[in-house]
Design a protein around this ligand. Sequence first.
Ligand code: ADP
Ligand code: MG
Length: 347
Amino acid sequence: MSDITLGIIGSGQLGSLLCQAAKKLNIKTVVISDDEHGPAQNYSDQFIFTKYDNKDKIREFISKVDIVTYEFENIPIEILKSIDKERKVLPRPRINQTVQNRKLEKTFVNDLGIKTTEWAFIKSVEDVKKNKRLLPGILKTNTLGYDGHGQFVLNSLQDIKKDWCFTADYILEKKVNLIKEISVVITRFDNDNIYTYEPIENIHKDQILKHSKIPADITDEIFKKAQFNAKLIAEKLDYIGAMCVEYFIDENNNLLLNEIAPRVHNSGHLTINAFNISQFENHVRAVCGLNNEKVQKISNAEMINILGKEIEEYRSKSFSDVEFFFDYGKKKIKDKRKMGHLTILKK
Ligand code: ADP
Ligand code: MG
């Protein structure tokens, strides 16, 4: 029996799957969350429901854990840093600070020589006008975006709404004619001690991931470059844990980095059934200082995200022995909310 207790900030499906992976490794979990109904409480050893600015509750959380990680990146940085003074937070708070901010993230990767979409930092309508060359484009809030929240398609300057007052910072990205989207999940334990999963091919609908599969239908060159960039980023950040790099492939077969997630990722759910060690187990292993065990692929696979009401149909379905249905057990069914997923192992 291990005597490590892992603290996890956030209680959604990623938190739930991290708790399940920890359990398999005999690592105890304490989840802290501002969502009273967060499903991870069904899998954690302990659950603390609180607003993140409640100092007493944060103190209680700290007192119960040895090491801290998180399932989502939009946590106020002051909170991560204050926790980090008492218990090590992995991935490091400064990494989260860079990666959750689209301007800092893109600047960092562009400085490494990695291509992204063309983009500009935007604070006002005038800034959009100055960067007209980026239209048709997508205006994205500089921080706090997920699943397409905080994104506006701008086909022309006429699409700028009169009542926009630009109280937040944005970036404007040129709209890419996407041929494909892929992602690479990597787990870094230490210098050069890394496991890189093969690239996963992803299909988004309305900016939300709908479908993932391995193998990705890509050239060898793109395969290698996607993995190489992910490793380079992880090394440069001195990253510990699982990280996902999302890419676009454009009509000229350019590999463009879209964004980095400093955590396990929805596109990596198929690793639970398609590999002997999933992204969740590998993340827990890395942040808790366990060994980088040999990862082996078991099968090709496809994953379908189950959104909103679709879950009702799946709950009454029966599945074959190559189909694995995950119901996140979320209390409320909301339109476009990720409610579960199905992984199908393929030849
Ligand atoms: P989020 O932080 O919400 O995941 P992303 O920036 O990853 O936001 O965008 C979500 C999806 O929207 C992408 O996976 C892609 O399908 C689409 N998208 C985003 N930016 C662009 C772009 N510049 N050109 C074309 N499609 C885009
Ligand atoms: Mg994304």
